[in-house]
Design a binder for this molecule. Structure first.
Ligand SMILES: [Zn+2]
Length: 85
């Protein structure tokens, strides 16, 4: 069993668009952040579905999509309040 193939990840904030279902709970699709791509790709169980970009098979297919909005909001609230004058 080859475990050396590290799974790539895509941050939701890298995508120029995202489609949610049920009030931003379930991520259904994202706009692929690859420059040669830019198509809307279904997200199946948190993973970018296979799709074609302008250069053929997109290398980001199979990448895990990480929803970084929540953690960003959390950390910003908790530890990022260092603004004072
Ligand atoms: Zn792509």
């Amino acid at each position: 069993m080859a475990d050396s193939n590290e799974q790539s990840t895509v941050l939701l904030s890298q995508c120029t668009g995202a489609v949610f279902r049920a009030a931003t709970v379930t991520l259904m699709a994202v706009v692929c952040p690859s420059r040669q791509c830019g198509v809307t790709v279904p997200v199946v169980e948190g993973v970018l579905d296979a799709h074609l970009g302008m250069a053929g098979d997109c290398s980001l297919a199979g990448a895990r999509v990480v929803d970084d909005r929540i953690s960003v909001a959390d950390t910003a609230d908790a530890s990022n309040a260092v603004v004072s004058s």
